[in-house]
Design a protein around this ligand. Sequence first.
Ligand SMILES: *[C@@H]1O[C@H](CO)[C@@H](O)[C@H](O)[C@H]1NC(C)=O
Ligand SMILES: *[C@@H]1O[C@H](CO)[C@@H](O)[C@H](O)[C@H]1NC(C)=O
Ligand SMILES: *[C@@H]1O[C@H](CO)[C@@H](O)[C@H](O)[C@H]1NC(C)=O
Ligand SMILES: *[C@@H]1O[C@H](CO)[C@@H](O)[C@H](O)[C@H]1NC(C)=O
Ligand SMILES: *[C@@H]1O[C@H](CO)[C@@H](O)[C@H](O)[C@H]1NC(C)=O
Ligand SMILES: *[C@@H]1O[C@H](CO)[C@@H](O)[C@H](O)[C@H]1NC(C)=O
Ligand SMILES: *[C@@H]1O[C@H](CO)[C@@H](O)[C@H](O)[C@H]1NC(C)=O
Ligand SMILES: [Zn+2]
Length: 313
Amino acid sequence: MIFLVALVLTVCALTPTVDCATAGIEWCYHLPACKDTNWATISPKYCNGSRQSPININTTAAKPDESLTEFTFTNFSSTTALTTIENTGKTVKVNFASGVQISGGSLSEAYNSLQFHLHWGNGPSIPGSEHTVDGKRYPMEMHIVNVKSSYNGNLTEALADSTSLAALGFFIEEMSGNATGEPASWKTLASYLANITTKGQTFTLPSGISLDDLLVGVNRAKYYRYLGSLTTPACNEVVVWTVFKEPIKVSKDLIELFSKTVHVNDTSSPLMTNTFRGIQPDQPVTTQAVSSASTTCYSLGLMVLSLALWKNL
Ligand SMILES: *[C@@H]1O[C@H](CO)[C@@H](O)[C@H](O)[C@H]1NC(C)=O
Ligand SMILES: *[C@@H]1O[C@H](CO)[C@@H](O)[C@H](O)[C@H]1NC(C)=O
Ligand SMILES: *[C@@H]1O[C@H](CO)[C@@H](O)[C@H](O)[C@H]1NC(C)=O
Ligand SMILES: *[C@@H]1O[C@H](CO)[C@@H](O)[C@H](O)[C@H]1NC(C)=O
Ligand SMILES: *[C@@H]1O[C@H](CO)[C@@H](O)[C@H](O)[C@H]1NC(C)=O
Ligand SMILES: *[C@@H]1O[C@H](CO)[C@@H](O)[C@H](O)[C@H]1NC(C)=O
Ligand SMILES: *[C@@H]1O[C@H](CO)[C@@H](O)[C@H](O)[C@H]1NC(C)=O
Ligand SMILES: [Zn+2]
């Protein structure tokens, strides 16, 4: 889910049409009336669109694109950039201080990083990532939400632009072996869940962990790219998606805490579980081109091989 309250409210204020006429029905993941398969009815303007997220990424069908360069991550190493953690009733969201930014990665300009939030299943055995890769669903997925810096907070302009948001998706996979409380950054993050067990609770984060700490072990040069949407109503089709190939590895006990600690409302309400939208129809996906160096080696190898074969004739 990419969840931007202000954005959604603005959509409703500006377009008093079908989706907002029914805004009285709040969306949800599991109740029959408001679950994801009904969003196209509850919020049809965009949720019933033609470039919806998440998707299954078919790795065989991903086309090479030489323009998919590396990103520059500004202030991802800052240990004071994560300001608050919040239970929204739909997810756990961490807000950023200003000054966190991404650029490069074939984006048209720098994007300001606003927040990250998470999607999960129900314990480590019921996975809950939003995107899937060749049909594989990971235990969790982290979404870092970024908005074009040139809008300078003007959401009216941003919503009219089909690439106004850039979302970075990171899969979370269970660490192998019997490790617990690893990595330390995720142990720290998960420890704050106890402070936001009910909807609307916000906890001010002490300094300590950075985004780089949370993205430990991931080669951020390898990713998939496609154009899609917000994965929660109103499902606006304004998102440039980047889904990284390598997962973050987190120990099982920490993954389990997400589906065992935070509630959708007060403490007597259900625990927040299976917080992901179902797979939407395929979109064209691109990825980095195979480097020319390895192509050359391969061609040379073939040449040597064919010469050898010719000699044997
Ligand atoms: C969704 O769009 C399709 C055509 O694109 C249409 O047939 C269908 O009725 C729409 N569904 C809703 C709930 O609006
Ligand atoms: C994945 O893409 C390949 C190549 O385009 C295609 O042959 C295959 O059927 C696709 N698989 C699925 C599950 O869509
Ligand atoms: C990084 O953040 C610090 C403080 O939060 C800020 O002073 C600095 O300008 C930021 N860097 C950039 C390039 O925005
Ligand atoms: C946002 O942009 C629109 C269109 O360019 C403009 O009319 C409006 O005044 C801007 N709003 C703010 C708050 O700057
Ligand atoms: C994990 O713990 C089990 C039971 O204690 C043990 O048999 C197994 O060897 C451990 N595995 C690893 C990779 O340490
Ligand atoms: C956060 O939650 C932990 C565990 O329940 C508790 O010990 C700690 O006092 C809480 N911190 C604050 C500031 O509420
Ligand atoms: C959420 O909890 C509050 C406080 O207990 C309650 O007033 C409200 O009706 C609950 N909302 C739902 C949708 O259950
Ligand atoms: Zn999301």
